[in-house]
Design a protein around this ligand. Structure first.
Ligand code: ARG
Length: 463
């Protein structure tokens, strides 16, 4: 039976069911490398300030190094009676270096230790997420570059609205993912604060040097209030909010991939390597990747809601409830990274069916606004032209024609202002070319936007 570091005041052994219930080692073992790095820095600080002797610190650091190698070789043994990663490493250190191990925890509590480990972990993962988003955005911009001439119908209310360049549509997602990336960069600043040295909640009586530890662990800032430092999980909630917003974008993109790869739309074909079949219907090619991304969105929202709920009524400072933060955080990190990665791999392989997209943008009266604008150009007010074109559309519908399929005489019967030049106005190419307002879909705008996007990606500094 291994002795628990805290069992001094107890007269009874912990019930096995309680050990299993309270243990978090299966989850927080993931933090082992951060726990060891944090402990080594703490050790160095204790020696630096003369709280322990430097020979003692050396012994501890050596022992911690040996434990790290044990983890790396998969040889570290876990035991639920030791609750969490912190107690596992401390106990193992005792077996490794003897009594001096008991000095490691001087001026420290598991409360500030777990806050430190979580922040170090999330700091790394946030950097990874930002890097992955940059790679995804590069893939999106490359696909946009290939499709500077691909025309598709743009939608509102999922009804055909006006033609746009497919590149323009893709760059809309580029903007969303760039904002996500910026949000993660901003969130990073608040993750990157060092809580160690807050001890249980009140600080410590030892003459520690928190800034020294922070320097060793590359934290630019030290938390200012010990009570806050051990109670705060805002940095996780903020990360989960950023992740949720990012998943909203993935979910919308996925919804479109699913719709567009259907026979009804037929705008894209998903690569075979990213699709699956049906066990009963031989003809099926299912969009499981976007469907799963759409589904996983719910899970990430759930992680955010769960952590908000865990934290919402907790009195200061640390409460054991907070141990429930890690499964939520880890799940969201894993899910988000997996979604970004799969989209980065799939995007260059999408088969874009330009002909189908083009065809769809020539039917469904996508040029009605342009006919109205044409009439305004000839002197009509927009309200008048709107109603005039509405009547023309009604007529065309009754005759099974598109606006550009009407004869000049038919058109003239709705307004004498309409002349021969109308036909060049109503083509999708011309409609796109005229939308030169900044941020609009005209080809030259989109070409410039692609250039700017490349520059923005090159300039994007990862924290
Ligand atoms: N396993 C704990 C957690 O994840 C570590 C902190 C434990 N602190 C305590 N006072 N029991 O929150």
């Amino acid at each position: 039976m291994i002795e628990k570091p805290w069992e001094g005041r107890f007269t009874e052994k912990t019930d096995r069911s309680v050990e299993l219930f309270t243990s978090s080692i299966h989850v927080d073992k993931r933090l082992y490398a951060y726990d060891i790095d944090g402990s080594i820095a703490h050790c160095k600080m204790l020696a630096h300030t003369g709280i322990i002797a430097s020979e003692e610190a050396e012994k501890l650091i050596e022992g911690l190094g040996a434990i790290r190698r044990e983890f790396q070789r998969g040889k570290f043994e876990f035991d639920h009676s030791l609750e969490d990663i912190h107690m596992h490493i401390e106990t193992r250190l005792f077996q490794e270096v003897g009594k001096v191990a008991q000095k490691l925890h001087t001026a420290r509590s598991r409360n500030d230790q777990v806050a430190l480990d979580s922040r170090m972990y999330l700091r790394d993962e946030t950097r990874t997420v930002i890097r992955l988003l940059t790679a995804l955005n590069a893939a999106i911009v490359s696909l946009a570059e290939e499709h500077i001439d691909t025309i598709m119908p743009g939608y509102t209310h999922l009804q055909r609205a006006q033609p746009v360049l497919f590149a323009h549509y893709l760059l809309a997602y580029f903007e969303m993912f760039m904002r996500d990336s910026a949000r993660f960069c901003d969130c990073f600043k608040r993750i990157n604060v060092m809580p160690l040295g807050s001890a249980a909640l009140a600080g410590t009586t030892y003459p520690i040097d928190r800034h020294y530890t922070a320097g060793l662990l590359q934290f630019p800032e030290v938390s200012a209030n010990s009570i806050d430092a051990v109670s705060d999980r805002d940095f996780m909630i903020e990360f989960l909010s950023c992740a949720s917003i990012c998943m909203v974008h993935f979910s919308r993109l996925s919804e479109e991939m699913i719709l567009w790869s259907s026979t009804e739309f037929g705008f894209i074909e998903l690569p075979d390597a990213f699709s699956t079949g049906s066990s009963i219907m031989p003809q099926k090619k299912n969009p499981d990747v976007p469907e799963l991304v759409r589904g996983k969105t719910g899970k990430v929202f759930g992680d955010l809601m769960a952590l908000l709920t865990v934290m919402k009524s907790l009195p200061l400072a640390y409460n054991r409830d907070m141990q429930e933060d890690k499964p939520l955080l880890f799940d969201a990190v894993d899910t988000l990274k997996a979604c970004i990665e799969i989209y980065t791999a799939m995007t260059p392989k999408l088969k874009i069916r330009k002909d189908r997209m083009y065809q769809a943008s020539t039917t469904g009266f996508l040029n009605a606004t342009d006919l109205a604008d044409y009439l305004v150009g000839k002197g009509m007010t927009f309200r008048e032209s709107h109603s005039c074109v509405g009547k023309t559309v009604g007529y065309a519908l009754n005759h099974g024609k598109e606006l550009h399929e009407l004869t000049l005489d038919e058109m003239k019967s709705f307004s004498p202002l309409i002349a021969e030049d109308i036909f060049s106005v109503l083509t999708p190419e011309q409609m796109i070319q005229r939308r030169t307002s900044f941020g609009g879909t005209a080809r030259e705008n989109v070409r410039a936007a692609i250039q700017t996007a490349r520059q923005r990606l090159a300039d994007a500094a990862c924290p």
